[in-house]
Design a protein around this ligand. Sequence first.
Ligand SMILES: Nc1ncnc2c1ncn2[C@@H]1O[C@H](COP(=O)(O)OP(=O)(O)OP(=O)(O)O)[C@@H](O)[C@H]1O
Ligand SMILES: [Mg+2]
Length: 251
Amino acid sequence: MKAIEIENLSFDYPDGRPALRNVSLQIAHGEAVGIIGPNGAGKSTLLLHCNGLLSGQGIVKVFDELLTPKTAQQIRRRVGLVFQDPDDQLFMPRVFDDVAFGLLCQQKPMDLVEERVAQALAQVGLEGFESRLTHHLSIGEKKRVAIATVLALDCDILLLDEPTASLDPRMRRHFIELLKTLPQTKLIAAHDLEMVACLCSRVCLLDEGRVVICGRTDELLTQRELLERHGLEVPASLTLQMTEGADLSIA
Ligand SMILES: Nc1ncnc2c1ncn2[C@@H]1O[C@H](COP(=O)(O)OP(=O)(O)OP(=O)(O)O)[C@@H](O)[C@H]1O
Ligand SMILES: [Mg+2]
């Protein structure tokens, strides 16, 4: 079953800036796909179309249902988005309220809400942060709360926009391991190509709003010239494997 189907999607921001051009992409249920490309390529804009926060010309389907202003609210219950900038995600005074918000909107009972919030905060290493003031947190802590807001919900699809940005190396590693264990479909926009190599079986390279190429991660992330042409670099772990002549398959 396809989790997300995008056909000929084009979008201009209201000031006339073209951000997506004829993007087509299919993601199978359970798949993890990396969206890569230079600054301004359209990665975040694409993710915002996958839960209907933006809508352009073309077709976006989620689990075979056409995303329209009418269906967007229902579809959003199945599709969790972690924004690139945690300040776009977090708007409540306290951490608990932000992480609990989606569950409370779904009218879940308070004991379940408290349990899920505690669990999601533990998953991002923020046990006991419930009563902390969100605006007093460090950027990395905010990012982790933003991730927790989505982990607390039982979404079928995770849209993750630069999920490892601002995380310290230990938390980044922990988060990558956590994502590996989560069964959900994942669409991950990232400059952290090491993470993409660890998590995604397929990647899609965007530039200037267009899909340049989609393909297997091990085949695409080792194409030095192609990546450099689009402002990217072969991740160090793959460079090492290439120079050692080792098997290019990615664990
Ligand atoms: N609200 C907006 N209004 C006008 N133009 C915008 C807006 N948001 C983004 N853009 C433009 O749309 C294009 C795509 O932006 P987008 O944020 O999707 O890129 P990105 O690939 O996520 O980049 P980055 O790697 O920096 O996160 C860029 O040219 C950007 O300047
Ligand atoms: Mg972005």
